[in-house]
Design a protein. Structure first.
Length: 320
């Protein structure tokens, strides 16, 4: 039996990009059974763009609640076994769902399917795909070759600690596994990297079986309005999510130590990136959270310099 897909799209102030996203979703060679768009309290022309598609999509309007909550509401309206996530500014290739259908039929025991992608837009370097940046070692260490460019991901939780290729737009999952893991938690709806809270909790579940498609089948739009556009914030958000999972006992027992180390390393990296970007106030805020394992000599020196630079800027603003 061919799979039926429900597409879940959260949309907020995305009128400049939403047409391209919806056109791509509605032009699939393997059509979706339904497309659900949740307008998350947009204040631009998003609602007008959506109205132009008439009965081709199901529209739900909510008060602004953040991307996580809007995505959760869209999923709650899905009626089919397979849920395809898509953000409102990304673009699927015309064969995107066809590849997903092929994967589902080829791997009947799998319930989570991810796709490789390239970024595009004014702030993008589109030479490499997402999996290209993982390095050959990640593919060889954590995945097993299957057929037609699909790879079975082994030890998925540990794999995502080393490198995370799971972005919402490239994700299709069964409604069964979605409900088993408890769905999206709206508490994290406005956090930077909020989507990783769900995907990490997803792959931590003992019933999750992940397949990733090495073929590039969608494009991730990078632009100045991206929710997590600043690199240090994205890395800091990753650390906070991992800390939350440790606190809430989401992390599988065998991976507690590795998760703690990964969270600490992410905090150190976030400090370094904020510092080199001359965002001294932000770097100082991150520094205050660094554990002893991250307080090396170089970071202590950078901290002193950041304090001086921040103090000078505050003093100058006071004189103006």
């Amino acid at each position: 039996m061919k799979p039926k897909f429900s597409v879940a799209i959260p949309a907020y102030n995305c009128s400049a990009f939403l047409n391209a996203t919806l056109d791509a979703v509605l032009s699939q060679s393997f059509p979706a059974d339904e497309v659900i768009v949740v307008d998350d309290g947009s204040t631009d022309q998003t609602s007008r763009v959506i109205e132009d598609y008439g009965s081709f999509i199901i529209v739900i309007k909510i008060e602004n609640s953040g991307p996580g909550a809007a995505r959760m509401r869209a999923i709650a309206e899905c009626r089919n076994e397979w849920i395809a996530l898509c953000d409102s500014d990304d673009i699927w290739s015309c064969e995107y769902l066809a590849r997903k259908a092929h994967a589902i039929q080829s791997f009947p025991s799998a319930n989570v399917f991810a796709s490789n992608f390239r970024s595009f837009g004014p702030s993008s370097d589109n030479r490499d795909s997402r999996l290209d940046t993982a390095g050959r070692d990640w593919i060889e260490r954590y995945t097993s070759p299957a057929n037609d460019n699909f790879r079975l991901v082994n030890d998925a939780y540990r794999a995502l600690l080393d490198f995370n290729p799971l972005y919402p737009t490239g994700l299709v999952l069964s409604s069964v596994i979605y409900n088993l893991v408890g769905g999206i938690n709206p508490f994290y709806s406005r956090w930077v990297a909020e989507d990783s809270e769900f995907t990490r909790r997803l792959v931590a579940h003992e019933e999750a079986r992940l397949v990733i498609d090495k073929e590039v089948t969608w494009k991730y739009r990078r632009h100045e309005d991206n929710y997590s556009k600043e690199q240090w914030k994205n890395i800091y958000g990753r650390a906070r999510i991992l800390q939350e999972h440790l606190k809430n006992k989401v992390v599988p027992p065998d991976f507690i130590h590795d998760t703690q180390r990964t969270a600490e390393d992410a905090l150190g990296k976030a400090f370094d990136i904020a510092y080199w970007a001359k965002q001294y106030s932000d770097s100082l805020a991150v520094y205050s959270e660094l554990p002893p394992s991250q307080l090396n000599y170089k970071r202590r020196i950078r901290h002193v310099f950041a304090v001086c630079q921040h103090s000078c800027r505050v003093h100058l603003r006071g004189e103006l």
